[in-house]
Design a protein around this ligand. Structure first.
Ligand code: NAD
Length: 315
């Protein structure tokens, strides 16, 4: 039996610890289990976050390096990832990470066979596919944080340019969580007006707005990593919102890494980021977004390059 208030986070690095912190700040769940192979690191992060709890809520954070402690979690986020070694190619790194993920999935299938799993480790679309193939659970119960963070970055930038609250900006970034991601501009809506009909500030052209905002989104992680070495707070809140949507069965729509529905006409097994409703069963409904000709080409291109990388994994 899983409890809808017990959440697991695998990996107590920058991202894993920030997710636990975001869950505590947002008061999501009752009990969080933070797993790390080096237990001391998990203990330190749990203690530090624990110190905020008396000021905030009634949650508990347990540190562990034992998979058994995750039993009864209804949802587990996976954030472990090996770092690139000197001289190592991205493909070799992917191979190492795929091996780590398969091992984690084997343990999660044993101790939490019914939990929803959220993949956060990069390359997130490919590792989500690795996890889905390795696990015995239904693939709707495994999805990646995908382009949710990129979508939120884009909504913020477009809102800023148009002087509109970002919550009224409806546009999704889809495809690969990475360099080939793109915005579905053909469906963008501001409030209830199509973006193409929305009055732009003086001197701003629509094509310029699209180009500038997407450029900021694509460079964002690089800009942050260049200055502090990693990104963690943005993705942590994105994952906390996904976890919340699952444990409270909110059925919110987010762009996440999933097996593409057949309407997109992509190669079978393709996993990339697409808008879906997220609820207690994990991915509950995959939206069939209508794309224009140019967007279809971009999605096909992303699917091909992700598929090729996936097939090269030897692990
Ligand atoms: P980090 O190095 O701080 O933490 C990585 C964690 O993985 C550590 O706890 C480490 O102990 C664990 N780990 C490494 N090798 C392992 C192994 N062989 N077995 C078990 N555990 C192992 O890294 P981070 O900054 O927290 O990033 C973690 C992952 O999240 C990376 O893959 C990163 O690319 C990804 N990330 C994803 C997004 C997103 O939007 N999807 C955003 C930021 C980071």
């Amino acid at each position: 039996m899983s409890s809808l208030t017990k959440i697991g986070v695998i990996g107590a690095g920058n991202v894993g610890a920030a997710i636990v912190n975001a869950l505590v700040l947002r008061n999501v769940g009752k009990e969080i289990v933070l797993f790390n192979r080096d237990k001391d690191k998990a203990i330190a992060e749990a203690m530090d976050i624990d110190d905020t709890i008396p000021l905030l809520s009634e949650m508990t954070v347990k540190a562990t390096n034992d998979y058994k402690d995750l039993s009864e979690c209804s949802i587990v986020a996976i954030t472990v990832g090996a770092r690139q070694k000197e001289g190592e190619t991205r493909l070799e790194l992917l191979d190492r990470n795929a091996k780590i993920i398969k091992d984690i999935i084997k343990n999660l299938d044993k101790y939490v066979p019914n939990a929803v799993l959220i993949m956060v480790s990069n390359p997130v679309d490919i590792l989500t596919r690795v996890a889905q193939e390795a696990s015995k659970r239904d693939s709707n119960k495994i999805f990646g944080s995908g382009t949710l963070l990129d979508t939120s970055r884009l909504r913020f930038q477009v809102g800023k340019e148009l002087n509109v609250n970002r919550k009224n900006v409806h546009v999704h970034v889809i495809g690969e969580h990475g360099d080939s991601e793109f915005a579905v501009w053909s469906n963008a809506i501001i409030g209830s007006i199509k973006l193409k009909n929305f009055p732009l500030p003086k001197g701003l052209k629509l094509e310029q707005l699209k180009k500038n905002t997407m450029q900021i989104v694509k460079n964002r992680a690089y800009e942050i990593i260049q200055r502090k070495g990693y990104t963690n707070f943005g993705v942590a809140v994105a994952v906390a919102k996904l976890i919340q949507s699952v444990i409270r069965d909110e059925k919110k729509i987010f762009s996440v890494s999933v097996k593409a529905n057949k309407e997109y006409n992509l190669e079978k097994g393709t996993v990339l980021s697409l808008p879906c409703t997220i609820g207690s069963k994990g991915v509950e409904y995959r939206l069939n977004v209508s794309l224009n000709k140019e967007e279809k080409v971009l999605l096909l291109k992303a699917s091909k390059s992700l598929g090729e990388a996936y097939k090269k994994i030897k692990a």
